[in-house]
Design a protein around this ligand. Structure first.
Ligand code: PEP
Ligand code: MG
Length: 550
């Protein structure tokens, strides 16, 4: 059985499952403790402080000082006098120590969370975590996960502290069913280079999975439970290839991307969070070709403000320095549902209100994002990319919006880079067919082959029943790609590709031969793609075999 998820850290893991559920923290007043709830709090805090110190020491040795500092923050929070006063006052109101701690940490977290600042929001999550740790002491549940053999841990979500306490020699892969890319545990998983996926829609955690063999495919974003013999064999081979390649590929770091016959390209990366920038750098990405900004919206409980987005984009741009960062504007809709957008249920969401179509219906939301982007533009090398274009009208709409944003920023004396490149995604047949006209209005194209395939072949890209029909290398798609690249070059603009085909080894000879300018793929594929391109003689490629059925 296979389940789809999003990738936090690339790699493969094959091992037995341990399904881990966080213990239920709600407890009634425990009369065995004689009712001195304040003393119980003091005891719990003492014990938790000891644990935080131990975790700090462990983390220092494994993930480094910067990340280990989290546990020092926990210590400071547990010792904070405001926290203690709130707990005492809750106890005086008749609450158990557990409830008093839980409510006090929530009160403090709420006061952090309302501040329009990502740092403080993270601190809100931290203070909740501190509260949980204290309550765990009282409930005798130390949240220890005992691993005694190679394991794939599957959980709804996980506290970073629980991960740090495991015997990670045995932890081979991690699946966070409801987790997301921005959590602490995701940061730790990346630092520990642990194949990890998150966001599995249709998987129900159950202890019946315990002991079953599973595969974490954190290359394609899949969890396979009880693989067949054939799947197991295939994955063992893939894992071996992956590990062998990984060590050989390191020599391509710092090398230019060039084919055997001297055609120069660039390999950029696709990311969904600022936290992946470390991976971009480790894998020598030459830029970011697709920053999926919708994950900021997906991770938020309400529309992210201009200030919040500005800080976020600024951080990404500053981290990347002179390297280009292509930020794609809102691509909500279809399979990316965001409740607070209040979109009506649709019969065919992939063909419905998504991306630029939502921006036209809710122009103030789009305005806020563009304004944040332009404000951030002075901090690095920003390009803006608009998805799901089907017409010149849509291009006129976003250009007018950008004009307004620039005029308003000028009026407000806020600096911005007037030369930010603005491009569009070519991911609908309409856009590819109209690419000669569209090219006159924008600075670049980026071909989104995932959607271009879905719309050209009339195949829902998420429907596993269509796997056989969903042939992304269909001649019709190859023809649209070639036509788009040619039209871009005729108009003097660049054309890149950021869909999954950009890293497909079988496609690389064709893409090099038609002179695509840039390929953008997940970090794990940068060096592999550079190596594959170095072995291609683009002059010797017979492109007709990609275009014409024989
Ligand atoms: C695409 O459609 O090819 C693409 C890169 O965008 P996404 O996969 O995010 O829809
Ligand atoms: Mg797309």
């Amino acid at each position: 059985m296979q389940y789809k998820g999003r990738i936090i850290f690339e790699g493969y893991a094959i091992a037995d499952v341990l399904a881990y559920e966080e213990a239920n923290k709600s407890r009634q007043k425990n009369l065995d403790h004689g009712g001195d709830e304040y003393e119980r709090f003091v005891y719990a805090r003492q014990s938790a402080l000891k644990t935080f110190d131990e975790l700090y020491e462990t983390a220092l040795k494994t993930v480094g000082e910067e990340k280990a500092a989290l546990f020092q923050t926990y210590r400071l929070m547990a010792e904070d006098t405001d926290f203690e006063d709130l707990v005492r006052s809750n106890i005086n109101d008749g609450q158990t120590a557990e409830d008093a701690i839980n409510n006090a940490s929530k009160q403090i977290a709420d006061s952090f969370a309302i501040l329009d600042d990502e740092y403080m929001k993270q601190r809100a999550a931290d203070v909740i975590e501190v509260g949980k740790n204290l309550i765990n002491v009282l409930s005798g549940n130390n949240e220890l996960v005992h691993l005694t053999k190679p394991t794939i841990l599957i959980c709804n979500d996980l506290a970073a502290s629980v991960l740090m306490r495991m015997d990670r020699r045995f932890l081979k892969g991690l699946v966070l069913i409801n987790g997301n890319e921005n959590s602490h545990v995701a940061i730790f998983a990346r630092t520990l280079e642990l194949p990890t996926i998150c966001g599995l829609n249709y998987f129900n955690l159950s202890s019946t999975h315990n002991g079953k063999t599973a595969i974490v495919d954190a290359i394609r974003g899949r969890l396979v439970i009880e693989p067949t013999e054939d799947e197991l064999k295939e994955y063992k081979e893939l894992e071996k290839e992956y590990l062998d390649e990984g060590s050989l590929l390191k020599k391509y770091i710092g090398k230019p991307t060039v084919t055997k016959d001297g055609v120069k390209l660039k390999i950029y990366t696709n990311i969904a969070s600022a936290l992946e920038i470390e991976n971009v750098k480790n894998n020598d990405g030459e830029g970011i070709g697709l920053f999926r900004s919708e994950f900021i919206y997906l991770a938020s409980k309400t529309y992210p403000t201009e200030g919040f987005q500005f800080n976020y984009y600024r951080e990404v741009l500053e981290e990347m320095g002179k390297k280009e960062v292509v930020i794609r504007t809102i691509d909500i809709g279809a399979d990316k549902e965001v409740a607070y957008f209040n979109l009506a249920k649709e019969e065919n969401p992939a063909l419905g209100l998504r991306s630029i179509r939502i921006c036209r219906k809710q122009p103030d939301v789009f305005y806020t994002q563009l304004r944040a982007l332009y404000r951030a533009s002075v901090y690095g090398n920003l390009s803006i990319m608009i998805p799901m274009i089907v017409s010149i009208d849509e291009v006129k709409f976003f250009k007018d919006m950008i004009k307004k944003v620039k005029e308003d920023l000028k009026k407000d004396n806020i600096p911005f880079n007037d030369k930010v490149k603005v491009g569009i995604m070519i991911e609908t047949p309409a856009a590819a067919i109209m690419s000669d006209d569209l090219a006159k209005h924008v600075d670049f194209f980026s071909i989104g082959t995932n959607d271009l395939s879905q719309y050209t072949l009339a195949c829902d890209r998420l429907n596993p029943a269509l796997n056989d029909t969903f042939n992304k290398k269909h001649y019709a798609i190859m023809r649209l790609i070639k036509m788009t690249v040619e039209n871009a070059h005729k108009a003097g603009i660049t054309c890149s590709m950021c869909g999954e085909l950009a890293r497909d080894p079988e496609m690389l000879p064709f893409l090099a031969a038609i002179h695509i300018d840039e390929l953008s793929c997940s970090c794990a594929y940068v060096l592999k793609t550079r190596k594959a391109l170095a072995e291609i003689d683009s002059k010797k490629v017979d492109i007709s075999k990609y275009l014409d059925p024989k």
